[in-house]
Design a protein around this ligand. Structure first.
Ligand code: TYM
Length: 328
C-alpha cells in the first residue's frame, strides 16, 4: 500500500478552503492508502502565539479532524510536537538545505513582508521541518491545496539530494492536489485565497460556522456585474462559487450551468450556501460531541503519537547511521 502523509496548522478554526482543498480528501484517501495525518503545531510557532490559546486550538483542531471523518482506527492521527523525531530530522535536513532555495519560497516572502517585526529563523527554515514531516514516514503522496506545492517541490529536492549524498534513504513524495477546489478563494475578494487569517470575517467560512452564518456569508459573496452563471475567465467570484458547489454536490460545471440557466446570482448563492451548510452540519455536530470528551481525545492522540514515533524512529535510525552518527 502507498503511504500518505499530510498536516494542518492549528491556527484559528479551519476554513472551507482547508476542508475542500485538504481534509475532505484525507478522509476519502484513508480507505485506499496507509494514511498519517497530523496537527502541525510546531509549524504554528513560526508566528507569535498565545500559549493558552494555542493549547486550546491544538486540541480543538484535533477534534475537528476527527469530526470531519479522519478515523484514528484507519489512519495514524497525531500531534506533531508529540513525536520528537520531527525536530530531530528537521535539524539534519536543515543542514542539507541551502539558504538560496529557502530564500525563494513565496510563503516566506509573503509572511516576512506581512510580519516584519518577527522574521524568525523558524519561519525561514519551515520547509525543512515540513520535509521532515513527510520524509519520516516515507510518504508516497501528500494531499494538499495548491498553496503548498512549492513546499512539496523543495521536499523532493531535499530528499533527492540526501539520497544522492548518503545513499537511498527517503521515498520521493508526490503532491496530490485535487482538480477542483485546490484553491478556494475569498468570498470578499475572489482573486485572493480564502484564509483563516483574513481580517474580514465575511471573506471565509469556517468548518464550525452555524448554518445561518454560512448562508448569510454566501449571500454576501462578491460576484460580477454579469448575470450568467457560467464558468469563465474573469468571473472569479462565480467561478469560486461554482467550484465550491461542484466539490460539495459532485455536479459538473455543465450540470450547474444547465440547472441554473435563467436563474439569478441570488438563487445560486442561496443554493451554494445551503449545500455547504448541509455538508458541514454533521461535522459541527460531531465536533460538539467530541470536544466534550477530553479523555477520548487524549487517549487518541497519545496512541497516535506512540504509533507515529515507532515508524518515525525507524527512519531516524537510518538517517543517523547514514550521516555518520554512532549507534546508541
Ligand atoms: P495549512 O495549515 O495552511 O493548510 C492546511 C491544508 O489546507 C490547504 N488549504 C487550502 N486549500 C484550498 N483552498 C484554500 N483556500 C486553502 N487554504 C489552505 C493547504 O494547502 C493545506 O493542504 N505547511 C502546511 C502544514 C503542514 C504539512 C506538512 C502539509 C505541515 N507539515 C506536511 C503537508 C505535509 C500548512 O501550513 O498548511
Amino acid at each position: 500500500k502507498q503511504i500518505i502523509l499530510s498536516g494542518i496548522q492549528p491556527t484559528g478554526t479551519f476554513t472551507l478552503g482547508n476542508y475542500i482543498g485538504a481534509i475532505r480528501n484525507w478522509v476519502k484517501l484513508q480507505e485506499e492508502y496507509d494514511c498519517a495525518y497530523m496537527i502541525a503545531d510546531m509549524h504554528a510557532l513560526t508566528v507569535r502565539q498565545d500559549p493558552v490559546k494555542l493549547r486550546q486550538q491544538i486540541l480543538s483542531a484535533f477534534a475537528v479532524l476527527l469530526a470531519c471523518g479522519v478515523d484514528p482506527k484507519k489512519s495514524l492521527t497525531f500531534i506533531q510536537s508529540q513525536v520528537h523525531q520531527h525536530a530531530e530530522l528537521n535539524w539534519v535536513l536543515a543542514c542539507n538545505t541551502q539558504f538560496g532555495e529557502l530564500s525563494r519560497m513565496t510563503q516566506f516572502k509573503d509572511k516576512s513582508a506581512k510580519h516584519p517585526e518577527n522574521i524568525n529563523a523558524g519561519l525561514f527554515t519551515y520547509p525543512a521541518l515540513m520535509a521532515a514531516d513527510i520524509l519520516l514516514y516515507q510518504a508516497n503522496l501528500v494531499p494538499v491545496g495548491v498553496d503548498q506545492k512549492q513546499h512539496l517541490e523543495i521536499t523532493r529536492d531535499i530528499a533527492n539530494r540526501f539520497n544522492n549524498n548518503y545513499g537511498q534513504t527517503f521515498t520521493i513524495p508526490e503532491p496530490y492536489i485535487p482538480e477542483i477546489g485546490a484553491k478556494v478563494m475569498s468570498l470578499a475578494e475572489p482573486t485572493k485565497k480564502m484564509s483563516k487569517s483574513d481580517e474580514n470575517q465575511n471573506a471565509f467560512i469556517t468548518i464550525l460556522d452555524a448554518p445561518e452564518v454560512i448562508i448569510k456569508k454566501f449571500k454576501r459573496a462578491v460576484t460580477d456585474s454579469d448575470m450568467e452563471i457560467r464558468y469563465a475567465e474573469g468571473k472569479d467570484g462565480i467561478n469560486n462559487l461554482m467550484s465550491i458547489y461542484s466539490t460539495i454536490t459532485g455536479d459538473s460545471y455543465e450540470t450547474i450551468e444547465r440547472d441554473f440557466s435563467g436563474k439569478g446570482y441570488g438563487d445560486f448563492k442561496t443554493a451554494v450556501g445551503e449545500a455547504v451548510a448541509e455538508a458541514l452540519r454533521p461535522i459541527r455536530e460531531n465536533y460538539d460531541r467530541l470536544i466534550k470528551d477530553k479523555a477520548y481525545l487524549e487517549e487518541t492522540y497519545h496512541d497516535g503519537a506512540q504509533k507515529a514515533a515507532y515508524l518515525a524512529e525507524k527512519t531516524m535510525r537510518k538517517v543517523y547511521r547514514k550521516v555518520g552518527f554512532l549507534a546508541k
